[in-house]
Write a new protein. Structure first.
Length: 115
């Protein structure tokens, strides 16, 4: 199985999606973030069915970078209970997967995670 993960989250608007995506890539906890088109989400919250417009993000990262990525998402995310779901990448173009690993292999990040 690959070290690479795809993390899914949703934001209330494009501006917050862009702000969070830029922070994650700048901090090298994500190699790439796709900001998708606005969609409608239906869910139950506090006993009521809710409907809201959201902007999904697809975040490419690694298992080793995931703890810091999750920590930053929780800090930056405007929701009380953000959707943060990590899916393992079963297969992919080897050169692309290597690129994701390189872009998230920040020595300072590794030091923070081990310390």
């Amino acid at each position: 199985m690959s070290e690479v993960l795809i993390v899914i989250t949703t934001l209330p608007d494009r501006a917050s999606g862009e702000r969070i995506a830029e922070a994650l890539v700048t901090e090298r906890v994500a190699a790439c973030v796709n900001i998708l088109a606005e969609c409608t989400s239906l869910y139950t919250w506090q006993g009521k069915i809710e409907r809201s417009s959201e902007v999904p993000l697809l975040i490419k990262t690694t298992r080793s970078a995931y703890p810091q990525l999750e920590h930053r998402l929780r800090e930056l995310h405007p929701y009380d209970l953000p959707e943060i779901i990590a899916l393992p990448v079963a297969a992919g173009l080897p050169d692309y997967l290597s690129w994701v690993r390189r872009e998230t292999n920040d020595p300072a990040l590794n030091e923070r995670l081990s310390g």
